[in-house]
Ligand binder design. Sequence first.
Ligand SMILES: C[S@@+](CC[C@H](N)C(=O)[O-])C[C@H]1O[C@@H](n2cnc3c(N)ncnc32)[C@H](O)[C@@H]1O
Length: 270
Amino acid sequence: MSDPQSFDTLSPQLFSKFSKLIYQLSGIYMKDSKIVLLSNRLKKRMKLLNLNTYDEYYNYLLTHKEEYEKFVNVISTNETYFFRSENQLEAFSNMILPLIINRKGYARIWSAGCSTGDEPYSLAIMADTLGMLNKVEILATDINSEVIEKARKGIYNNRRLKYVNQQILNKYFVKLDEENYKINPNLTSKINFKEHNLVKDEYPKNLDVIFCRNVMIYFNRDIQKEIVDKFYNSLTNGGFFFIGNAETLYIISDKFKYLKIGNSSVYYKE
Ligand SMILES: C[S@@+](CC[C@H](N)C(=O)[O-])C[C@H]1O[C@@H](n2cnc3c(N)ncnc32)[C@H](O)[C@@H]1O
């Protein structure tokens, strides 16, 4: 069906105003090449608010601070899926989690930038498989209030479950229809889902493992340095830090010790 509402074009000048605001609110750095991506994402809000021009939406934002939350929700990229980057999850479940539980009897884990929950649920499933779920505390946070709501609901399209084997699917999910599955509510109750802005909010303390994968790619070097420093302070001595497989702390921080566990890179706080 054709779209009855037509929009103007986002000018480079206005793009730079929007991107400044995005940076202030979330730390997300939008390169000039993201102009088409941003204009398409903003259209979703403009349609709902019945605004036809980007200029109108920008002014609306400035006069309606309550729109900031929706604005950030619509511009953030939330791509994720269950059991993403198996090499890292294997290092976590084969070695790191048992090591911490043996050492202190429990583990505090933070999935920072958890999107719709696929990552923390994958961690909870692995802990349960090891018989250690009752010894872990999982905090899962994201700036985007909608993805946190979805994570709490725990309903997933089968596209997101492509790396979930049949045994795990049978044990931890209930099939709702041809395409959708609901995660076992016992797992949901084990995870503390919360809105949290990595750039502005206080960081939790005494964590044993932090996952912040595929989040820092959206920040510039200065913000990356700032938040990695905060992650370092959040970890206990002997704690582990995972970033995305394609990410590195090279140039960002020299505080961590770099380890190779199995096929995975892991950063360690001595
Ligand atoms: C691409 S997803 C990564 C999800 C998951 N960690 C993974 O690797 O599959 C990036 C997430 O970072 C979140 N994010 C972006 N800026 C953030 C900020 N300032 N504070 C907290 N979360 C943020 C986004 O909302 C998004 O859900």
